[in-house]
Design a protein around this ligand. Structure first.
Ligand code: PLP
Length: 408
């Protein structure tokens, strides 16, 4: 076995796709990494709650009161008071009658799609949907089709071509994780209603961040909850803990409890974490200034970084804390270089790291060829001084590398 795997690993290295984990210590966004202080702009801790001492306190209290582990699945004896309270609060936050906890977003997506669809059914995905939604479709045995990114019209055409012969579930991210843009829900909802398709929104990056009360993409766009059959949210991003949930109607939640194998055959989420997440929800409700500060960081980042287009580095149209900067074609190191700019994205990221700034380089196959990018994520724990550091590091790296890049 090992020789087969070693050959496969070697190919991965050859293709410059070999990935390594960086071990950090400390609490984000200020990490120590290999003895060096790093300021991170790559986590999904959008409200800065993952390091909030109030959550640490609540987690410890929850552990003393309910234990660290759920001990069993929800249907045996693993469904405790903390889970029950959290489900009610999540339902209220998202505007649905009920919510159901899962241990991760990956699992929640698998749980919903495999319960709603089977062989012969179709899941119609936005082209840029998260990998977990695509995997869930394959594991459900349903047919996977895609529509053009954010295009309700293309979605409608594809639905029409199914001519109502198959059960169809339309699936879209709320906020798209690699581009940072947002689904246009109103036309999408209207098309699904017209053609009697079900609609599911994965709002992992919108929950807690978008909407007046942090209720997510749906709330931000003023769509009534009953018009979206299932909404998935995660606890590990803006809410700063771990786990996920599905929100929907009474019937949807009961069906998941009865039929969803990824719900039934797994140990319940840690009750201590469920308890701590209640404190996250208090903070989401009581401290809207976190969302306001985050928006002001996003606006300033966009305003200042827009002038990097002079160096052929381009902001994407995103108003969310996910801010990709695409490396343009003039950064190509060699005429034959695949995609034109993968090496430059890596070089820019490395230069930022030298300056103690941590962002991720996103390359194919995660994004299409030719759209390699630096992906920055902003958080309410970043200060304007942190942003100053990032901006000066970024301009400095662009100035320095674009010269060497072009002279090659
Ligand atoms: C992060 C993410 C998930 C997975 O959630 P986990 O709780 O981390 O497993 C699912 N969907 C989207 C869109 C995500 O960004």
């Amino acid at each position: 076995m090992d020789s087969v795997l070693t050959a496969r690993l070697a190919r991965q290295r050859q293709n410059q796709r070999y990935r390594q984990r960086a071990t950090t210590s400390g609490i984000g966004p200020r990490f120590q990494r290999q003895g060096r202080e790093m300021l991170a702009f790559c986590s999904n801790d959008y409200l800065g709650l993952a390091g909030d001492p109030r959550l640490a306190e609540a987690l410890a209290k929850g552990a003393r009161r309910f234990g660290t582990g759920g001990g069993a699945s929800h249907l045996v004896c693993g469904h405790g008071e903390a889970h029950e309270r959290l489900e009610r609060r999540l339902a209220r936050l998202t505007g649905y009658p009920r919510a159901l906890l899962f241990s991760s977003g990956y699992q929640a997506n698998l749980g919903v799609i495999s319960t709603l669809l089977g062989r012969g059914d179709v899941a119609l995905h936005d082209r840029l949907n998260h990998a977990s939604l695509l995997d869930a479709t394959r594991l459900a045995g349903a047919r996977l089709e895609r529509f053009a990114h954010r295009s309700a019209d293309d979605c409608a055409e594809r639905l029409a071509s199914l001519a109502g012969q198959r059960r169809a579930l339309v699936v879209s991210d709320g906020v798209f994780s690699m581009d940072g843009d947002v689904a246009d829900l109103d036309p999408l909802v209207a098309q699904c209603e017209r053609q009697r398709a079900w609609l599911m929104i994965d709002d992992a990056h919108g929950l807690g961040v978008l909407g007046e009360e942090g209720g997510g993409t749906r709330q931000a766009q003023g769509i009534a909850p009953e018009r979206i059959a299932a909404t998935v949210g995660t606890l590990g991003k803006a809410l700063g803990t771990q786990g996920a949930f599905v929100a929907g109607s009474e019937a949807l939640i009961e069906a998941l409890i009865q039929f969803s194998r990824p719900y039934i055959y797994t140990t319940s989420l840690s009750p201590a974490l469920a308890w701590a997440t209640l404190t996250s929800l208090d903070i989401v409700r009581d401290e809207p200034e976190r969302r306001a500060h985050l928006s002001s960081l996003v606006r300033r980042f966009r305003h200042e970084v827009s002038s990097l287009s002079e160096f052929d580095l381009h902001l994407m149209p995103s108003e969310t804390p996910i801010q990709p900067l695409v490396v343009g074609p003039s950064w190509r190191r060699a005429p034959g270089e695949r995609g034109g700019n993968e090496a430059a994205a890596l070089a820019l990221t490395a230069a930022l790291q030298e300056a103690g700034l941590w962002c991720s380089a996103i390359r194919p196959p995660t994004v299409p060829e030719g759209t390699s990018r630096l992906r920055f994520t902003l958080s309410a724990v970043h200060t304007h001084d942190d942003l100053d550091r990032l901006l000066s590091g970024l301009f400095e790296a662009a100035r320095r590398l674009s010269r060497t890049g072009r002279s090659v």
